[in-house]
Design a protein around this ligand. Structure first.
Ligand code: ZN
Length: 320
């Protein structure tokens, strides 16, 4: 059985686009590697933040749907995304986040790792996790980041899900996507996939009495899992179909090919190919500088640009 190779990207819903850019590029120091639009709703940006070249597994993306209601926390939803940072960097990060008035919790230990939980400007829960330097992870530092290379975010570490029925989801993770149960702690069950460099972990908690969660500003929209290529994607798509999960046909996202499906607990998952990648339509030196549209939306560029709010260089505001 072939398994997924860890997280490819995580997509979340944000409020106003400029505030999202100010936080992820200006405060967290990630590179905006692609400025595009939601292909199903081209009047909304799709902003991609990653390492310097947008390696699969380094990528956190947002739909800034500022007219949407806040998320409803509950089961069937991703409730936190975690980002890998170097060992011994949380003191730096704690000071930096405080300087910009970011809401954080105290540093805690989860599964033996030091974790700094924070809330982004639009309510998304994010955790910075100190990871061993030994993790095999494709990472290219971004020289123009406001964060020094030795502290920069290395990529995705994992995500947390709330589910109404733990076994429904974890059986699917194990039997179809190839995860194995590692351990449990404080009600969280940690699952790991062997092939992943970035984003190897998914932590699942049963919340039987919670409401059904709902998308909104500050929620995770979907988790995308890496597959090597289209053959790998087709193989896993067949397995998902046989498990009764009704995956979509393959959709061409231009920078990768995608298949979407709901896992049994209701969280939206995606399979995304590693290639061709973000360099397919932009020079790597100028990633994210201009609005990139997939070819089929190019004829509508003027109308699309007129609907999008202008974005300027990130300028985060320091706490007073
Ligand atoms: Zn996606």
């Amino acid at each position: 059985m072939r398994t997924v190779n860890g997280l490819h990207h995580v997509t979340a819903i944000a409020g106003p686009a400029q505030e999202n850019l100010d936080f992820y590029a200006g405060v967290l120091g990630m590179r905006l590697v692609k400025k595009s639009v939601n292909q199903d709703d081209p009047g909304t940006y799709h902003l991609f933040y990653a390492d310097a070249v947008g390696h699969p597994g380094s990528d956190l993306t947002f739909f800034p749907w500022s007219q949407m209601a806040p998320r409803r926390e509950g089961h069937g939803l991703g409730v936190e995304v975690s980002l890998a940072v170097p060992q011994d960097s949380l003191t730096f990060w704690g000071r930096r986040l405080e300087r910009y008035g970011v809401t954080t919790d105290a540093i805690e230990t989860r599964f033996g790792q030091r974790v700094l939980p924070l809330v982004d400007p639009h309510g998304l829960r994010v955790a910075l996790v100190e990871t061993e330097g030994a993790t095999r992870r494709d990472f290219t530092p971004w020289d123009e980041s406001p964060v020094a290379v030795e502290h920069q975010i290395r990529g995705l570490e994992g995500a947390r899900l709330w589910e109404r029925d733990l076994a429904l989801t974890t059986d699917f993770l194990a039997s179809v996507l190839g995860f194995r149960h590692v351990t449990a702690e404080h009600g969280w069950h940690r699952y790991e996939v062997a092939g992943g460099g970035s984003g190897r972990y998914i932590d699942v908690r049963e919340m039987r009495d919670a409401r059904r969660g709902a998308w909104g500003i500050g929620s995770i929209h979907h988790l995308a899992w890496r597959v090597d290529d289209e053959a790998h994607q087709h193989e896993l798509r067949d397995d998902i179909e046989h498990a009764g999960r009704r995956p979509t046909p393959v959709i061409d996202r231009f920078w990768f090919k995608s298949v979407y499906f709901l896992e049994p607990g209701g969280v939206l998952f995606e399979l995304a190919t590693d290639g061709p990648g973000f360099g397919v339509d932009e020079d790597l030196a100028h990633l994210g500088e201009s609005l990139v549209l997939p070819p089929w939306l190019e004829p509508h560029r003027a109308a699309i640009e007129s609907m999008l709010p202008p974005l300027t260089q990130p300028a985060p505001t320091a706490a007073s």
